[in-house]
Ligand binder design. Structure first.
Ligand code: IPM
Ligand code: MN
Length: 379
């Protein structure tokens, strides 16, 4: 098949990790006989420096006309003092909103070879297989009114029933295709928005009788997540809770650098690692490219409906990690420590047609977002 992929390297380690992921996609295309074309565009601090705007119109256009968007990371100390709309992060938020992406899928699995890379006990993290569904277009990130002065500042946490329902449906459907266990996270003992969130989830539950639903307050869930992670399957959260809890969950996987994400809901999906731009290690060939490479695998599955190709890439990562290879962030787990480029090259060498019986590494096939047409017809 032919596919057009827009690549947004961004800031910090973004360019290094995206270039490994793009090379992996190119290897997949070559081995499976596809034609992928890649077009780069500016976002974040790099875009601010070049154009004065963290999301130039040309970038948004290139994303809208692509089959999928692969992004590295945005942000860095150089832009910390900038006004909000001149900050790299506001480019990413406008991109998510502009593409209509309301469901952010963040799978968290613990590779058996990396149980000791986590500061938690191996017997606690072993076998963890979670899927966060984070609401991505609402809540505190976008709520109005908002204001700032040096004496008082305001942010607002609004959600409508429709906004909650559409992301909750994604979580219910995913749970149905996995272990049929859904945890909805809220703070309904304090927040009105959370009371509505809980109500909407309860109203939907009878439509998914096979899925067991539990509600957790965010504070106690933060503790349960790292004390008994195996008890959970799909975790549904509002925007900020999901941001915080998914970074916390990265401790289970051994490193933030391992985790991919897919942002869905509009006609074009966005695929990015959950880590930030890590300016302290940028340009040194030490960043972990796996989160971005696994995001590219999610792109193959969700945007292009190429399931065997997605699996082939995930299994390549799996084999390389199993053989003991990793970047410095995995010290304590990985036996051999390598640079970003070496890891990327190792993973590309390991790409081959998938074995039907191999373990699922990242996310289950998900019919709701199996193809761009799939999105549109179901939303
Ligand atoms: C993430 C990041 C972003 C977020 C930032 C960079 C705006 O932390 O994708 O988790 O808060 O959503
Ligand atoms: Mn985050």
């Amino acid at each position: 098949m032919k596919a057009r992929i827009t690549v947004l390297p961004g800031d910090g380690v973004g360019p290094e990790v995206t270039s490994e992921a793009v090379a992996c996609l190119a290897s997949v295309a070559e081995r499976f006989g596809h034609q992928f074309t890649f077009q780069e565009a500016l976002i974040g601090g790099a875009a601010v420096d070049a154009t004065g705007d963290p999301l130039p119109e040309a970038t948004l256009d290139l994303c809208r006309s692509a089959d999928a968007v692969l992004l590295g990371a945005v942000g860095g100390p150089a832009w910390d003092g900038h006004a909000r709309d001149q900050r790299p992060e506001s480019g990413l938020l406008r991109l998510r909103k502009g593409l209509g992406l309301f469901a952010n899928l963040r799978p968290v699995t613990v590779h058996p070879a990396l149980e000791d890379a986590s500061p938690l006990k191996a017997e606690v993290v072993r076998g963890t297989d979670l899927m966060f569904v984070r609401e991505l277009s609402g809540g505190l990130y976008f709520g109005e009114p908002r204001s700032y002065s040096d004496q008082a500042a305001v942010n607002t946490l609004p959600y409508t029933r429709a906004e909650i329902e559409r992301v909750a449906r994604v979580a219910f459907e995913l749970a149905g295709s996995r272990r049929r266990n859904l945890v909805s996270v809220d703070k309904a003992n304090v927040l009105e928005t959370s009371r509505l969130w809980r109500q909407v989830v309860n109203d939907l539950a009878p439509s998914y009788p096979e899925v067991k639903v539990q509600h957790h307050y965010v504070d106690s869930f933060a503790m349960a997540l790292i004390t008994r992670p195996r008890d959970f399957d799909v975790v549904l959260t509002e925007n900020l809770f999901g941001d915080i809890l998914s970074d916390e969950a990265a401790v289970l996987a051994g490193s933030l650098g391992m985790l991919p994400s897919a942002s869905l809901g509009g006609s074009v999906g966005l695929y990015e690692p959950i880590h930030g731009s890590a300016p302290d290690i940028a340009g040194q060939d030490v960043a972990n490219p796996i989160g971005t490479i696994l995001s590219a695998a999610m792109l193959l599955r969700h945007a292009l409906n190429l399931k065997d190709e997605a699996l082939a890439l995930e299994q390549a990562v799996h084999r390389v990690v199993k053989a003991g290879h990793g970047t410095g962030d995995l010290r304590g787990g990985a036996k051999y420590i390598h640079g970003t480029r070496f890891m990327g090259a190792r993973i590309r060498e390991a790409i081959r047609p998938p074995r039907a019986t191999a373990p699922r590494l990242v996310d289950s096939a998900y019919s709701f977002c199996g193809s761009p047409e799939g999105h549109r017809s179901q939303l």
